[in-house]
Design a protein around this ligand. Sequence first.
Ligand code: DNO
Length: 360
Amino acid sequence: MKMTFRWYGEADDKITLEQVAQIPGVSGVVGCLMDVPAGEVWPMERILALKAQVEARGLALEVIESVNVCDAIKVGAPDRDRWIDNYRQTIRNLGAAGVKVVCYNFMPVFDWVKSDLDYRLPDGSSTLAYREADIPREPRELLERYQADETYELPGWEPERLADLERLLELYRDVDEDALRQNLVYFLDKIMPACEEAGVTMAIHPDDPPYSVFGLPRIMSTRDDLDWLCRAVPSPHNAITLCCGSVAERPDNDLYAIVEEFASRGRIAFAHVRNVCYLPSGPRDFYECAHLSSAGSLDLWRIVRALHDNGFDGYIRPDHGRMIWGETGRPGYGLFDRALGVTYINGLWEAISKDEEARS
Ligand code: DNO
């Protein structure tokens, strides 16, 4: 297991690389080039500059989150091959710079959806929450709610892309689940040879939340969806970002069994480890709590053990944290609570490994 920490880059993150490097047990940064629009090639010199910056702090740049897939590819537009060529070139550039894993998603229009970006907990900390009754009927209303929040800086909710929301929604009008599945396989089949040559594994992020929102199709929500993708594109360079929180946001997903199964099948390239706390207000309502098992509804020891015992040797990172100790910034991506998450996950991993050694 290689512990990493997501960092948005000097221009887009309040957190410095020095701070990341000071968190014990972090070996690398999960990086990105936030300003390259989805669809464009990531320039080699920009990738190398980022790598040099990260390595100067003693950290590795082996995981990218995300290289976003542009809408033309997702909807299967007539000109998609041109955009797929660009994606292929980005993969080659990243591979040449030593990147091993690219996290991406195939959710139409919106990346993750939450009703609250500033949900207050009794201890005064603030976090993200999803309360179904509070999700507006019209996606524009949610966008406006997010934009009204001064901390609005959400990956996957880029203002430039969503400026023309109606046009974007229109693009997906005739795209149902089957079409989206076909478009995903078409895309992966076309890029797999480049991934194999470049030594880059594509790791799809599951839907967050794992069901349809605003009537848009979502196809990476359940165990069967993940299984379907692994079979449809069998290359080992086609893998999963197992985002525990996203999968568990749907209580009928058996998270622990999913982690065990896909880790033992060698299909988890990247794990996002976090906890959620289900709310009594609705069957799908939850907030994102501290990583600690006792803070929420998930058993983090069971998750980490499922990874460990099934031979997981990929990259791992803590996921959304609360805002604590007066910190402000990008919702879910503050320094302090995620750093606590790192320490906790590393502690679980050490205990589980040493227990095993002691028994053998
Ligand atoms: C949210 C993240 C997602 C993720 C993308 C990957 O915090 O988990 O935005 O990065 O879905 O493409």
